[in-house]
Ligand binder design. Structure first.
Ligand SMILES: [Zn+2]
Length: 310
């Protein structure tokens, strides 16, 4: 018993940064607030209490993929929760496609697992969501019979595609939530490294202290909801918009260290640390809501069928 517990501890300590990001509670909160604030022009099934419960449940889903029982999955998906922006930017402008980025990392004799793949995973899941919404539009657009005017029987696949949409929306929420946590965007992910004139903590504790127990103990729906921005459609390219969101998150890295130094993440923290954390969770929830909404709007755009006969 003792041996296996000790081995488990070593395994935990050796894990890459950000073992859980926002913890269970924070991820559930981000997903629930996004799902429950979608505007009235998304389909009703997406705004139902069952849909909100499903999307909330899926908030921590990718963190459930870290069990040693699924070693290949753990290895493949762990880098998708973070990006060390300093290292990624040193390689030049971020390419939109995952393999182009990985090729540039390998060409620089570095390892994509260490730099992280956050924006690529997020954008790819968002595109899955948009694709499922396009299918939904197709299946629900069946027209009445031209002669009799009779409505066609509802296609049973509609229920199935609704389930797919909820899954993609919930799955997406995990990464968008991670992307509002400043320590998921930086080489300073868990203890200050390099020159440290301000004497920030160098212990490997700040990451989980901030996003785990502090959030669990102090963050509630009402104060996070109060920080959310009004709903909006995201203009332009989604990958670029998402990277801009990550860059904004990154501007708060030093703030996290300042708050920690002032005791902001111990116990109930300070008024400032609670306000800051609520704002970060609210930023994640707002971005997730806007990304789901934008996927819905963009799924209406006609697409050329690459397999259509010429
Ligand atoms: Zn994560």
């Amino acid at each position: 018993m003792f041996l296996s517990a000790a081995a488990g501890l070593v395994c935990f300590l050796a894990q890459p940064p950000a073992a859980h990001a926002w913890g269970n509670g924070g991820h559930r909160l981000v997903n629930k607030l996004a799902a429950s604030s979608l505007p009235g022009d998304v389909p009703a099934f997406l705004r139902s209490p069952e849909a909100i419960a499903e999307i909330e449940y899926l908030g921590p889903e990718p963190d459930r993929w870290r069990s040693p029982a699924e070693p290949e999955l753990v290895a493949a998906q762990a880098p998708e929760h973070f990006i060390d922006m300093e290292l990624a930017d040193a390689l030049g402008p971020l390419p939109h496609r995952r393999f182009d980025f990985e090729a540039s990392v390998y060409a620089a004799h570095q390892d994509p697992k260490k730099i992280g793949l956050q924006p690529w995973e997020t954008d790819e899941v968002w595109e899955r969501l948009k694709s499922a919404m396009r299918e939904y539009r197709k299946l629900t657009a069946a027209k009445p019979d031209a002669n009799t005017g009779a409505k066609p029987a509802a296609n049973p696949d509609i229920r199935a595609v609704e389930q797919a949409i909820l899954f993609y929306a919930g799955w997406l929420g995990h990464y968008v939530g991670d992307g509002s946590q400043p320590l998921h965007t930086t080489i300073q992910y868990n203890g200050w490294t390099g020159p440290n004139p301000n004497g920030y903590t160098t212990e490997h504790k700040i990451h989980w202290q901030f996003e785990g127990p502090f959030v669990e103990a102090n963050m509630h729906e009402a104060e996070v909801r109060a920080t959310m921005t009004p709903v909006k459609a995201i203009d332009g390219d989604m990958f670029d918009a998402y990277v801009a969101y990550l860059r904004n998150t990154k501007t708060f890295v030093e703030k996290v260290y300042q708050l920690e130094k002032a005791g902001g993440f111990a116990g109930a923290g300070t008024a400032e640390s609670r306000e800051f954390t609520a704002e970060r969770l609210g930023a994640g929830a707002s971005m997730l809501r806007d990304m789901i909404y934008t996927a819905w709007l963009e799924s209406a755009k006609p697409v050329n069928d690459p397999y259509a006969p010429k």
